[in-house]
Structures are given as C-alpha cells and as structure tokens.
Write a protein that binds this ligand. Sequence first.
Ligand SMILES: Cc1cc2nc3c(=O)[nH]c(=O)nc-3n(C[C@H](O)[C@H](O)[C@H](O)COP(=O)(O)O)c2cc1C
Length: 353
Amino acid sequence: MELKEIYRIAKEKFKGACRVCPVCNGRACAGEMPGIGGIGTGSSFIANYESLARIKLNLRTIHEVREPEISYDFFGRSLKMPILVAPLAGMVINMGNAMEERPYLSAMVAGAKEAGSMACTCDGPNPLFFDLGMEILRENGGWGVPTLKPRPEETFLPLARRAEECGVNAIATDIDAAGIIHLKRAGQPAGPWPVKAWERTLSQVKVPVILKGVMTVQDARLAVKAGAAGIVVSNHGGRVLDHTPGTADVLPAIAAAVKGKIKIFVDGGIRSGADVLKMLALGAEAVLIGRPMAIAAVGGGKEGVALLLNQYADQLRTAMIYGGCGSLADVTASVLYSFGKQTDAPGKKKKSR
Ligand SMILES: Cc1cc2nc3c(=O)[nH]c(=O)nc-3n(C[C@H](O)[C@H](O)[C@H](O)COP(=O)(O)O)c2cc1C
C-alpha cells in the first residue's frame, strides 16, 4: 500500500470531516471543533504549523555521518524512533464517523507497535474511550500510553490502577483538558488542580506520569515540583484555547528551564522527519504526532499507521545526515539556521538523553 492510496481512501471515508489537505496546517478546518480543526479562529493550530515552518535547517555534507542512530529509550522501553502517536479520540464527534472507534484505536496502537513506536490511548466523558484503550493495550502487551483526563484524585487513581494492571510503563494526563466544556457538561470536573493536588495524586501512581499540555515555563517548573516524570509541550493541537503561540515558539524557553529535570516531549504541527529534527534541536527528546496518524489509520489501518511512522523515521535519518548528527545525542541547536548568524562549530554534544 502506498501513502497516496491511503490518503485517497481516508478522504473518501472522512466525507469532509477532514479534507486530507496536501499540507495539514489547520487552515481548511479552522474553527471545526468538535471536528478535527483548531478552536475559534483556528489560530493556535495554525501557529503550531507556522512556528515550525519558519525554522530553517542548516545543510551540511562534509562529515562522516551516514547512518544516524535514532532509537529512543522511553521509560525503559526501546523505541525505534523518537516519535510517538498522540492520543486522538472521537470518531463520531470529531472525525465524521469515518470508521468505528475500536478498529481505529486498534490500528493506532498496533500500527505504532509494529513500527517500533508507541501510541497513546484516550479517556473522555463516555467511559467507552478509556475502556477501549485498556482492552486494546492489553491485546498489545501494555505497549502504549493511556492518557487520562485530569480528573479529581478519587476518580483519577482507579483509572491509573487499571492502566498499571494492563502492563503499561507510563501514563499521561492531558492537563490542558481542564477547560473542555463537554466534560463539565457531563458532570465530570477535570481540573485545573493546584500543584499540591498533583503532588498528592502523582505520588500514588506506580508508573511515571507525563503531564500533557504545558505551554509556559511556570507550568513546566510546577510539573517538576509535582513529581511528573515528563511533560508534553502542547496546546492540544490548538483545540482548547484560541490565540496561543505555537509549540515550537515556547519549547526553547521551557527546555532551558527544565531540561535534565524532567523528560520533555512536544507535539503540534509536526509533519515530517525534518520537523522532528527541528523539535529535537529546540529541546525536546521525542515528539508526538496527531492528525496525520489518524488520517493514516482511517485510510490504511494498522499498515497505514506503521507506513507513515516509518516514513517519518526515514525522513528524520535523512535530515540528521544533512545536519551531521550521528545520534540523537548529537542533535543540538547548531542544526538550526539562524538568519544572518552562521555558527562556525557543529555545537557541543549534549551529555545524555
Ligand atoms: C480529533 C482530535 C482528538 C483529540 N483527542 C485528544 C484526547 O482525547 N486527548 C488528548 O490528550 N489529546 C487529544 N487531542 C490532541 C492530540 O493529542 C495532540 O495534542 C494534537 O493533535 C497534536 O497536534 P497535531 O494534530 O497538529 O499533530 C486530539 C486532537 C484531535 C485533532
């Protein structure tokens, strides 16, 4: 199966809910929320894409790097790439009922596993979302990251227990869902919670917890204080608040503040291996990709997901060759072109990842 064919099938199945645009940049679907777009004017989704597109890469070829090594240790599990599949739920409400939720989620999880990546599963007002994730993760030996809504401790912890029993090695919680109206309407409050509350909740979870939806240095520092093992620099794909900056805009300051204290992941508008390289150079150690993975699942099932992830991995290796980076540890800001300010050194190596 080829990606072109996968996109053709996906476009047909989405029936307009996602246009499967040649460039997934948030413009055609601006404001379609519920739907696949960004909230309001769509500016936060668009800013994710544009903040990355503005960044240019240096092109270097006089060096020895031929086969960059991109395997990544995700809390003790070895991934073949520093690329994960973001949690995306809601076939009926967000994706035009393009396929049933179960086969869709199964394609995301199993396809990611096949490619040597890992997918996140979801949670929502309807318990079906979390339950399906648990079922599918069990079928896949706990290979995935359940993403819980930021529920109060007494409802968060029983879900975390179920996730631990599935054999997962980490869980996440999308703290930026705090303002999502349909959770409130369903009588299921989901934050925000002060740092003390997170400290208490996280201390009772046995596996590392990642806080997804950090966009400021302040929150990144508080995530460290709360005892989180990682953060995802994310604005939820531009779906929770209009007029935020792009994630590539805020990542460098967050990395400068907390790198080494907590694992830093990022998502939003990443559409190629070159984009992955940019995010790593800006300070992330791995990335999550959202909408393009859902499109691949709808158009090509598990095979489509694995194919697209492998394409990103190949593109990342190629971009690393042009950056002169033999390993992920070699990726520094020196791969980024800084207008009018060419550096003369390949940059210092990072100590560890
Ligand atoms: C249709 C849709 C559903 C989503 N559902 C969830 C969700 O249930 N939980 C969550 O943490 N993030 C959710 N997200 C956000 C993604 O996990 C991710 O942060 C975002 O899509 C990344 O941006 P990208 O799609 O531009 O790659 C959703 C995004 C979309 C587009």
